[in-house]
Design a protein around this ligand. Structure first.
Ligand SMILES: *Cc1c(COP(=O)(O)O)cnc(C)c1O
Length: 388
C-alpha cells in the first residue's frame, strides 16, 4: 500500500475487551459490503440491517430501541425534529380526500401544516374541542383517517381523554396519534391507552439540554412501522448519529430531571395560584386546569411546564417585568436545564374561542437552577404585574 492509499485507509484495531458504558457514535453515509452478491441483495437485509447511513447506524438503532422500551412499543423511528415526526405521520397515512381531526390546543405549527400544506393538496382537517372525549364519535366521518391528540395541549394545558378517543377510533377503523412531549413516556404511555402512534419531541425532555432537535414516533403494530420507514426512505429523512449520541446521554438522566422539575413546578404553580387566585394557573394540581381528573387517572406525575393566564391589567407591566428576571431566560422550546418563560398569545390559533385564551398566557418551564433563585424571580414578576 502506498502512502496516498494509506491516508485514506483506517487501520482496523481490535474491539475485543473494549466494554464501554457509552454507546459509540457510528457515523456513516456509505455502508460497504463484503461481496458483490451481498451488495446485490442489500434490500433483503430488512429494517434492522444496515444498507446506507441515512437508514440507520448502530447509534440510531440504540436510541430507537431505548425509546421503544420506555414507550412500551415494538418499534420507534427518529426524525429531524418533533414537527417532522408529526408531519411524516400525517403524510404517511393521509391521502387526498382524507381528513385528519386535530385538537384546538394543538402545537400551532401542526395547525399551519394542515391549513397551508395539506389543504392545497386535497387533504382536509377539522379542529375539535380537546375535552371532547368519547364525543369525538359525533365528529368523525367516512373521510376521517386519523385523529391527532396532544395531552396536555400546548400552552393551554387541556388534558385529553386519550383512552376514550382511541376506543372510538379503533371501533371505526380510524388511526390515532398522540403528541406526548409534555409527559414523556415516564409519566404517560399513549400506546397503553390504545393509541397507534406515540410521538415525542426528543428536542425537549429526552434531549434535555437545549442542544439538539429530534422527534420520535413509536408504534406497537409492525405494519405501522413499515409504513413510516417507507415514507422516510422515499422522502429521504434520517437523523445524525451525533444527535442520537446526545439524546442517549440525555435520556440517562431523564427521570431524575423530570422528578426534580416536576416537584419544583408543582410547588411554584400552587404558590402562584394562591397569589393570583381565580383559577389562573394551568397546572394539573390547580383548579383552573381543564381535564385534571384525566391527568389524575392516567398520568403518573406532572413535568416542569405550566402556564399562567394573565389579566388585561397585568399585561401592561409584563414586558418590563420579564426583562427584569435574573434567572429565567425568555424563549420558546423547553425541557432543558435552563428555566424559560414565554409570553404567548393563542387566540389567533384557536377555532373554538374560550375567554381565558383572549389575553397573554405566560408559559413557564422549570429548569435545574436553585429553586430559591427561581422563586425570587417569579415572586418579583407576579408582584410587578400586580394581582388584578
Ligand atoms: C416543541 C414541540 C414540538 C416540536 O418539536 P421540534 O423538535 O421543536 O420540532 C411538538 N410538540 C410539542 C408539544 C412541542 O412542545
Amino acid at each position: 500500500m502506498r502512502d496516498r492509499t494509506k491516508v485514506v485507509s483506517q487501520p482496523i484495531v481490535p474491539h475485543i475487551g473494549f466494554a464501554s458504558l457509552a454507546t459509540p457514535t457510528y457515523r456513516a453515509s456509505t455502508i460497504v459490503f463484503d461481496t458483490a452478491e451481498d451488495y446485490a441483495e442489500r434490500r433483503n437485509r430488512g429494517p434492522d440491517g444496515y444498507t446506507y447511513g441515512l437508514h440507520g447506524t448502530p447509534t440510531t438503532r440504540t436510541l430507537e430501541a431505548q425509546i421503544s422500551q420506555l414507550e412500551g412499543a415494538s418499534r420507534t423511528v427518529l426524525l429531524p425534529s418533533g414537527q417532522a415526526a408529526i408531519t411524516l405521520l400525517f403524510l404517511s397515512v393521509l391521502a387526498p380526500g382524507d381528513e385528519v381531526l386535530i385538537p384546538d390546543s394543538v402545537y400551532p405549527p401542526v395547525r399551519y401544516f394542515c391549513s397551508q400544506y395539506l389543504a392545497p393538496r386535497g387533504i382536509g382537517h377539522r379542529v375539535y374541542d380537546p375535552l371532547v372525549g368519547a364525543g369525538i364519535e359525533e365528529l368523525v366521518t367516512a373521510q376521517t383517517k386519523l385523529i391527532w391528540m396532544e395531552s396536555p395541549g400546548s400552552t393551554t394545558m387541556e388534558f385529553q381523554d386519550i383512552g376514550a378517543i382511541a376506543r372510538v377510533a379503533r371501533a371505526r377503523g380510524i388511526l390515532t396519534g398522540c403528541d406526548n412531549t409534555w409527559a414523556t413516556p415516564l409519566l404517560f404511555k399513549p400506546l397503553d391507552h390504545g393509541v397507534d402512534f406515540s410521538m415525542e419531541a426528543v428536542t425537549k425532555y429526552i434531549g434535555g439540554h437545549s442542544d439538539l432537535l429530534m422527534g420520535s414516533l413509536s408504534v406497537s403494530d409492525p405494519v405501522h412501522y413499515e409504513t413510516l420507514r417507507n415514507s422516510m426512505r422515499l422522502i429521504g429523512l434520517g437523523v445524525s448519529p451525533d444527535d442520537c449520541a446526545l439524546a442517549l446521554r440525555g435520556i440517562q438522566t431523564l427521570w431524575v430531571r423530570l422528578a426534580h422539575v416536576g416537584a419544583v413546578a408543582a410547588d411554584f404553580a400552587q404558590r402562584i395560584d394562591a397569589m393570583l387566585g381565580a383559577g389562573r394557573v394551568l397546572h394539573p394540581l390547580c383548579a383552573g386546569c381543564s381535564g385534571r381528573e384525566v391527568w389524575e387517572r392516567d398520568f403518573s406525575g406532572a413535568s416542569g411546564v405550566f402556564s399562567v393566564v394573565l389579566s388585561r391589567t397585568q399585561e401592561g407591566s409584563l414586558a418590563d417585568a420579564l426583562t427584569a428576571m435574573k434567572h429565567f431566560n425568555i424563549g420558546a422550546s423547553w425541557g432543558g436545564t435552563h428555566s424559560l418563560v414565554a409570553p404567548m398569545t393563542v387566540s389567533a390559533e384557536r377555532d373554538l374561542p374560550r375567554p381565558s385564551d383572549e389575553g397573554t398566557i405566560l408559559r413557564i418551564s422549570i429548569g435545574l437552577e436553585d429553586p430559591a433563585d427561581l422563586w425570587d424571580d417569579l415572586e418579583a414578576l407576579f408582584k410587578a404585574v400586580g394581582r388584578a
